[in-house]
Design a protein around this ligand. Structure first.
Ligand SMILES: Nc1ncnc2c1ncn2[C@@H]1O[C@H](COP(=O)(O)OP(=O)(O)OP(=O)(O)O)[C@@H](O)[C@H]1O
Ligand SMILES: [Mg+2]
Length: 312
């Protein structure tokens, strides 16, 4: 079953195409990363998926239910947390949760369950205005978890958090499918973070999906790199150039792109052998896969930055 399916989704604001023909297919059980730079159309897409914004064109189905025709049924199993969680500041965490619990007609025990899941059991009776930003985020997640929704939608859930908060949030989100059985749809422009979290990914740029698939498919778009460090760098360069390799410099080492992902190890060994046989001593040789950040820039067609350019 597909958790979220959109078909040719469009949204224009005053002539600006914020979302321009988006087709998404989010498989059940996935942690689906929705990646894109600022202004790409992530929040607009999410608001339409949640029925908060009317598309100009297109279809949305949630667990097979048509959102436009059967809105209540479609959204029944969806929990949401936005990047700046809005809470009642003058109420406690528990009281905030209680408001949503009553609206959803849930049992009181739900509150303790979600407080435990997000590890806020030590501060449920503190006023939200005295919460740290990390606590506010977790309270937002707790609210999303009320009623055990089958689909969780998080828009930039790590925005504004410090590195510890980001790691906590990442670990928490990663654990959700296993702990709750829910499908997670999470937007971000923190690429490295998504790489550690998502099983599937869609990349949106200027309102259009430029890539959609498994995280490994995205990585597979480009061959790996090989990092090499030699005592005599000039000799190494000459040998590598002779092999027809374009040489880059990364973190004090030389780097070349390998012909394919599948044959990466064999090719690395062959490069090493050629260097050594040519009398070039190698003291470091390691496969270095592309980071999501690098893939992302390539997928959206951004030019490489000056420091990524090959050496002359
Ligand atoms: N209510 C609105 N009125 C006018 N333009 C809007 C509105 N909401 C969004 N836009 C525009 O639509 C485009 C997409 O915005 P959106 O907020 O969906 O991007 P985003 O990917 O969520 O960006 P960010 O990473 O900054 O949150 C932007 O050009 C934005 O300025
Ligand atoms: Mg946004």
């Amino acid at each position: 079953m597909t958790a979220i399916e959109t078909e040719n989704l469009h949204k224009k604001f005053l002539g600006v195409k914020a979302v321009d023909g988006v087709d998404l297919a989010v498989p059940e059980g996935a942690i689906y990363g929705f990646l894109g730079p600022n202004g790409a159309g992530k929040t607009t897409t999410i608001r339409m998926i949640l029925g908060l914004l009317q598309p100009n064109k297109g279809k949305i189905r949630i667990f097979g239910e048509d959102l436009m025709r059967r809105r209540t049924k479609a959204l029944k199993n969806v929990g949401v947390a936005f990047e700046t969680p809005a809470h009642y500041e003058h109420l406690t965490g528990r009281e905030n949760l209680d408001i949503t619990r009553r609206l959803l007609g849930l049992d009181k025990s739900e509150i303790d369950r979600v407080l435990e899941t997000v590890e806020l059991t030590h501060v449920p009776n503190r006023l939200v205005r005295k919460y740290s930003l990390g606590m506010r985020h977790r309270l937002g997640l707790a609210r999303a978890l009320l009623g055990k929704p089958k689909l969780l939608v998080f828009d930039e859930p790590t925005n504004g958090l410090d590195p510890v908060g980001i790691r906590e949030m990442r670990e928490f989100i990663t654990s959700l499918p296993e702990r709750t059985g829910a499908t997670v749809f999470v937007s971000s422009h923190h690429l490295a973070e998504m790489q550690q979290m998502a099983s599937h990914v869609a990349v949106i740029h200027l309102g259009k999906i430029v890539f959609q698939g498994g995280m490994n498919d995205l990585r597979g778009l480009h061959a790996s790199r090989l990092e090499i460090a030699c005592v005599d760098e000039a000799a190494a360069r000459a040998q590598l150039s002779g092999m027809g390799k374009r040489i880059e410099r990364r973190g004090g080492k030389l780097a070349i792109e390998l012909a394919s992902n599948d044959g990466a190890e064999a090719e690395a060994a062959a490069v090493n052998r050629k260097l050594v046989e040519a009398g070039v001593d190698v003291h470091h040789l390691a496969l270095a896969p592309w980071t999501l950040e690098e893939l992302f820039l390539q997928v959206i067609g951004a030019p490489p930055r000056a420091d990524d350019q090959a050496d002359a």
